[in-house]
Design a protein around this ligand. Structure first.
Ligand SMILES: NC(=O)c1ccc[n+]([C@@H]2O[C@H](COP(=O)([O-])OP(=O)(O)OC[C@H]3O[C@@H](n4cnc5c(N)ncnc54)[C@H](OP(=O)(O)O)[C@@H]3O)[C@@H](O)[C@H]2O)c1
Length: 309
């Protein structure tokens, strides 16, 4: 593991990523968001901050007038009530509605999609095959699995493409998601593992931070100080690992002096099976993600085999 490998995964604009907003290459064309909720807003903010696009290059659709106004006044992008308006204007379409709404949105936009459009989905757990089945044949589809820290520009996003997507499409998708954190490009079959690790991972980290802060209160700290110290310890440790590129075991050894406090704490964590518990958690979440994806595909196959009435 080298510094470059880990450093290159930092959010765009950070020193180790080697690119500042001013040096970011710009994206040509127009990006359209179907649904301008939390994830879409994080991406719009990241893209504008990175300088990769100008507000006039972004379109967003949203059913709620108050949200439309909010997004327009915050970012100065084009907003509309109609998904079809976005599809007509954009060359890159980002599917940023909730997974359960996605099928109806795909059916709505399919007849209006430009043949050369690139479709990028952020919908958790929706397989590429389910998206392709509702769009014209040959459409370039990229599926992504971001996580909630993208909302503060520190996300981890895995990216997988269908057979029609080009290497340029992957580069463009990486640039979009690097504006809110780090990216990795994988085969779609690995996205269940990503869901088990980084997709579900923020929940594990919040539990760990909460448990550490409970412990802090138990040993006499105020709740406020305990939460702040626990959260910054997790943040700082991750930053130290990413910026040095050192192995986590090596960094752990740096904290453990002979007969000291950290080794006494570590012994207790090992005795409690923390390592095994975390491995089991990632494995269970990966399994669950696979089950949900299989259920989505089975439902697609059932609807394909249903006789026309
Ligand atoms: N948030 C995350 O960190 C995260 C992480 C990984 C993946 N994702 C994925 O990102 C997608 C969006 O999640 P989110 O957290 O951003 O959800 P969200 O905040 O609820 O955003 C969804 C947006 O879509 C709008 N919408 C509803 N029906 C629509 C329609 N027919 N056409 C166009 N827009 C419509 C919603 O408007 P109303 O509010 O008025 O209904 C809302 O603004 C999901 O598929 C999720 O799986 C999110």
């Amino acid at each position: 593991m080298s510094t470059t490998e880990l450093g290159s995964t930092l959010p765009a604009g950070s020193a180790a990523a080697g690119e500042t907003a001013a040096t970011q290459p710009t994206l040509t064309g127009t990006i359209g968001f179907l649904g301008t909720g939390n994830m879409a807003e994080a991406l719009i903010r990241g893209l504008l901050r990175s300088g990769a696009v100008k507000p006039e290059q972004i379109w967003g659709s949203e059913p709620r007038a108050s949200r439309m106004e909010q997004i327009k006044s915050r970012y100065g992008i084009h907003v509309t009530k109609y998904n079809v308006d976005v599809v007509r204007h954009a060359s890159i379409i980002i599917l940023s509605v909730k997974p359960q709404i996605l099928p109806s949105v795909l059916d709505e936009i399919a007849p209006h999609l430009k043949p050369r459009a690139l479709v990028i989905s952020v919908a958790a757990g929706v397989p590429i095959a389910v998206i392709e089945a509702r769009l014209p044949t040959g459409i370039r589809v990229v599926r992504t699995m971001p996580n909630t820290p993208a909302l503060v520009g520190a996300g981890a996003t895995a990216i997988a493409a269908n057979q029609h997507a080009t290497s340029e499409d992957l580069k463009v998708t990486e640039q979009i998601f690097r504006s809110v954190g780090m990216t990795v490009v994988l085969d779609e079959e690995q996205l269940d593992a990503v869901t088990g690790l980084s997709g579900s991972g923020p929940a594990y980290m919040f539990l760990i931070i909460e448990a550490l802060s409970d412990a802090g209160v138990k040993v006499g700290l105020s709740r406020y100080n305990a939460v702040a110290l626990a959260a910054h310890t997790v943040l700082g440790s991750a930053k130290l690992l990413i910026e040095t590129g050192d192995h986590p075991g090596q960094l752990k050894d740096m904290v453990t002096s002979p007969g000291g406090t950290a080794i006494a704490g570590l012994h207790t964590l090992e005795a409690g099976g923390l390592r095994t518990t975390l491995m089991n958690a990632v494995e269970a979440a990966t399994r669950r993600s696979r089950e949900l994806g299989e259920a989505a595909l089975a439902s697609l196959n059932r609807s394909r085999n249903k006789p026309e009435s």
